[in-house]
Each structure stands twice: as C-alpha cells, then as structure tokens.
Design a binder for this molecule. Structure first.
Ligand SMILES: [Zn+2]
Length: 457
C-alpha cells in the first residue's frame, strides 16, 4: 500500500495544523496545533483525532506557534507515547505555548483541553533535533528540517521513505516566513537538487494577496513612531508575543541606536513576551547576517538600554502611569486579551496617544474595532472613549505573500510534476494559490478537505 497522508487540521482555515503520515507500519504526525476562533474551533479541539494517537511512532513540529503545537499534550493524554521532535528553539517555544494554554484554561469557563499533568508528561517526550539539516530516522521515514524564516527555530520538514526500491519524498512547508524579516534568517530558497520531492504540502495564508515591501513598511513605521512620540504621548503597539514583539523591538533598537528616533522608554509587557524575548536573545546561532553583524559590533540585538521587560506588570505599569512619551509593546496582537487592554483603557482617552496596529486584526476583536475607527470601545466592562490616533501599518506579516509563496515553491527541487497539496489558508486563498501553482509551474494540485486521506503513490 502506498503512503497515506491524512489532513487532520488547517484545511479551509489557518489553524489547527495536523498531518498524519503512514507507511509500511510506521506512522508519524507533523504538527498538532490548536484550532482558533470561537465555538466551532472549540468543538474541533475537543473532538477525537482521526487516527489512533497510541499508534503514532513520533511527532514532529514545524514551529512552536499555538496553531501548530498547542494540542500536543492532548495527543499525549490520548495515548501517544513516542518522542516529540523539533528544533531546540521550536520545542522551547512550543512548551511555553502549551504552558500558557494550561494557565488560560484555569481562568476560563468550560472543560480545559488538557491539564498540567498532560503538560508534564509531554515535557518528558521532548527530543530536540540537533538542528537544521540533521536528518533523523523513525521506522520507514527519514525527516530533515530546513529554516522556514517564520519565527525562531521554524522549519520546513522533508520526509522521505523507500517504496519498492525508489525514494519518495514530501516537503511540509510549515509556515513560510517573509524574506528580510529582522533577526531570523530567510526561508530556504537554495536546495540541493538531490533533495527533490514528489509532493509539497504548502501553506497558503496569503495565497491571494501581496504585502507592501518591507523597506517601505520600515519607513512608515519610523514616521509613525516619530510623530507619535513627538507630542509626548504614549505609543501602544499590540503585538503577538512570539516573533512580532521581537521584530518590533529590533526595529526600534536600530532606529534609536542610529539617532533616527530619540531615546524614549520602551516597555515589553507580559510574561509570554518577556520569556520569548529572552529566548530570542539566547538563540544567536539562528540569527541572520544583519543581526550577527550587529552582535559583532557589540551592539546586542534585543538589549536596548531604555528597555524595560515586565513579567509581572508592575514595572510596565509605573512607566505607563508616568507622564511623558513611552513605547509600550504588549499582547495580545488583536487586543482580545493580555496586558495591552489595560494600557488601552488607560490611554485611549488621551488625544496624545497613538496605537500602531502592526498585525492582522480578526473580525469581532477590539483591535478590529480600533482599526475600523470606533469612537468608543468596551474594555472589561467599561466604556472607553477613543481620542488617540490609530494607525494601521501593513508589511509586518510573518507569512509570505502570494509572490513570496510562489518564489518559495519555485525553488523547491521537484521530481517530475510534483503535486502541491494546498492547506493552511481560507478557501478563497487556497483556491487562488492552487490556480497559480497550476498555471505557473504546471503542478497538479489538491485542495484537501478536513480529514481527507490522500494516497501518495
Ligand atoms: Zn506560525
């Protein structure tokens, strides 16, 4: 029987990534992420896996984000006893995220997805890869990680096996980053032709959209921050704890260090953001050339002199309460939770306040209300007038756009007309990107449904 791939998440949406691959008595799972977005997602998270967790030999993670690693303890609680592999940074970030899930569940209504015991059992299963390009073998499969340029430690995973003497291989894209993202290296675009694959499972988050150029985004960011601190008010930047927060900090550091911006207090507020920033500061081996050059000049990325990293919120509250300009970066990225809400409640009524939205703001979130120009918002049961200015900055996405995705696909060494399996996108984005892959590369495409099993002959 040929290898069988089951799509157990991220089909017709961007969350809940999970793939089951079986061949010749071996079964592995790639990613085990949480579905996000309301009741429907909760139901998907609580349903049973479309495979038997007890019969999975190993789990591999492409990266540590919630939507790729958040349900690992559930797999363990349901009988999985194999190793959990990922790059060292991926496993650290993944553990942080799982721990955060347990903490949030303790304060939420409804049954938790898993408890601290499942988290503890999961920690015992973590087996870091030696790094990128260090293949390991699990039964019939050999798995090798390549830099995906999305967040620290993120990977594309190439999986190969021998079927009737011939090598068969597929490449899981994971989330594909944007070239030129600060600190981390670019997605892999140079491949050894010997690593050709027969199937490419690719994300398609922005398969129907293009982003503005990174350089232009940086210039707009500088102007917005300069204008914002010019009037002595607070600059509030809601940002995802892992990746975006560190990128923004790195940009600010460059701008303050070069004198393009005056020295003002910069605050990172929140336990997850604080831990992730320390992690980014520690994994220097994963830096790109620019960040390494800064290190060589003794110019330590992510260690700005005017920076306060607030784990418990007190230091950040002090600066937030003091009159005068300050830049406050806090989660959540869409303002639907986290410390940013307290800062917004305090400063939105002040006309000197600026809110810079650097990320995607989902429907029905506080961030989207601000983006849409609300004059009044509700924060934790209180009506808050919005007198500050809200600016939307595009170009800071952690996902490649349509052109970036196509450039990445074009660089993958493919055996014959390798099939593209298009996942991790809303249906419109998936369809649009699949059409592009067919037109430009002549690639046969599959746009799978949730729980669909695909034979890989
Ligand atoms: Zn991600």
């Amino acid at each position: 029987m040929p290898a069988q791939l089951t799509i157990a998440g991220a089909a017709g949406g961007v969350t809940g990534s999970c793939y089951h691959l079986a061949f010749d008595g071996t079964a592995i799972v790639i990613d085990c992420g949480t579905f996000q977005g309301g009741r429907e997602a909760d139901a998907l998270n609580h349903r049973s896996f479309p495979f038997d967790p007890a019969r999975v030999d190993a789990l591999f993670l492409t990266h540590g984000h919630l939507d790729h690693a958040g349900r690992v303890p559930l797999l363990v609680a349901q009988g999985f006893t194999g190793p959990v592999h990922g790059t060292p940074a991926t496993l650290e970030i993944g553990s942080m995220i799982m721990e955060d899930t347990v903490k949030i569940a303790a304060h939420a209504e409804g049954p938790p997805l898993y408890d601290a015991a499942a988290l503890g059992a999961t920690r015992e299963r973590l087996r870091p890869l030696r790094g990128y390009r260090a293949p390991i073998t699990v039964g019939a499969f050999t798995v090798e990680a390549f830099d995906a340029g999305h967040i620290l430690g993120s990977s594309h995973l190439r999986v190969s096996w021998r079927d009737g003497g011939a090598e068969r291989a597929l490449l899981f894209s994971g989330d594909i980053g944007v070239c030129g993202t600060p600190i981390i290296r670019d997605p892999t675009l140079a491949w050894d032709p010997a690593l050709a694959v027969d199937y490419v499972i690719t994300e398609s988050t922005y398969g129907d959209r293009t982003h503005p150029d990174r350089g232009a985004a940086k210039a707009t960011f500088r102007e917005a921050v300069a204008r914002a601190i010019g009037d002595g008010g607070k600059v509030l930047i809601p940002a995802f704890a892992i990746g975006r927060t560190q990128e923004i900090l790195y940009e600010l550091e460059g701008l303050i260090g070069s004198g393009a911006l005056p020295v003002v207090p910069v605050v990172i507020d929140g336990p997850l953001s604080a831990t992730a920033t320390q992690l980014y500061a520690r994994y220097r081996g994963l830096y790109d050339e620019e960040a390494l050059a800064a290190l060589a000049r003794d110019d330590h990325p992510l260690e700005l002199d005017s920076l306060t990293v607030g784990r418990d919120g007190r230091a950040a509250a002090k600066i937030s309460d003091r009159d005068g300009p300050a830049i406050i970066i806090a989660g959540s990225g869409m303002c639907n939770g986290g410390r940013i809400r307290g800062h917004l409640a305090r400063h939105l009524p002040d006309p000197r306040t600026d809110v810079l939205l650097v990320g995607y703001q989902g429907a029905r979130t506080l961030g989207r209300a601000l983006e849409d120009g609300a004059h009044e918002v509700w924060i934790d049961g209180r009506s808050i007038p919005v007198r500050g200015r809200v600016t939307r900055l595009s170009g800071y996405s952690a996902h490649a756009d349509r052109d970036g995705l196509a450039a990445w696909f074009g660089a993958v060494p493919r055996r014959g007309a390798a099939t593209a399996i298009v996942t991790h996108g809303e249906d419109e984005a998936r369809a649009s990107y699949a059409a592009l892959l067919g037109d430009r590369f002549g690639a046969p495409t599959i746009v799978p449904a949730l729980d669909q099993t695909i034979a890989l002959p």
